[in-house]
Ligand binder design. Sequence first.
Ligand SMILES: [Ca+2]
Length: 354
Amino acid sequence: MVATVSKSKLERLRSFCFLCPMFHLKNIRESTCLFVTACLLISQSLADDQDFIEEFLKREYSLAKPYRGLALSSSSQWDLMGTAMVTPDHVRLTPDLQSRQGAVWSRIPFFLRDWELKVHFKIHGQGKKNLNGDGMAIWLTKDRMQNGPVFGNMNQFIGLGIFVDTYPNADKSHDRAFPHVSVMLGNGTLSYNHDYDGRHTELGGCTAMTRNAIYDTFLLVRYSKNRLTLMVDVDGKQEWKDCADITGLRLPTGYFFGASSATGDLSDNHDIISMKLYQLTVERTPEEEGEEEEVTIPGVDNMEQFQVEVQEEGMSRVQFFFTLLFSILGLAVLAVVGLIVYGRWKENRRKRFY
Ligand SMILES: [Ca+2]
């Protein structure tokens, strides 16, 4: 995408130069003006390219038409579970029926540092507005192929979850319109709470009219240099709208991509049309290379709920009290045993003298 933008700029420049001979450059002022315009266009396109030089589609992590042999052949990179099924047009995670769960999971662990995931999906059903549910999720997690209450995946997951929540469970708080798209990072202890639509664990999100949409609906997740951005394109304008932007987000590698969905009393068809993964080529300064150390547990810098490691390392007051108590008791026992042994030794020695 970025590469296409830059290409179009260069093409504009080329066509501009091609037109040059058609003008009669009567004086130096005109040619200077032309030169300055050209410089501006070049500098603009270079500025755009500074962050992301190029992007490459990685087929092994992508799911796209035709889905020949998907999950069936041993060479397939994906597995299906639950109600998920493949049709010529999409991978349907759940049909518009009550109490279904379905998912599609990548078989290959993911090790790229800078990437972009473009998801083309469709949520549609017979139910009237707010009489449909529950939504779907896109995952990049340590575990795969697990059933559970978080849009058909396990709770206390470890890794990234992007949710398209189509049903307002916490209907008392009208602070947001649904469908709502949001980001959560799990570290194995945080729980997604359905009753509150995950408000307490949400890192960012936005409202996006993704259900029964007349246009194609897309999500874009970009991760680079510990920054995660989420964008949506749901109103047929072919442009990305910012949805969430989280800096200082640390995500380990070796996790799995997946998409899951669940219906309850209310239902919808939840379809994945494609999930395309692009590798981003990103330049790093030596300082940036130094800053990015290997992470083992997902976390967000300066956020209390991710400081679990630090708490584990330190000793709580209760732990300290018992450690002290048992140390004193241990020492007392040792002293008593020592005294007894010493007493006997002394007695034996005395007997030997008589
Ligand atoms: Ca919900």
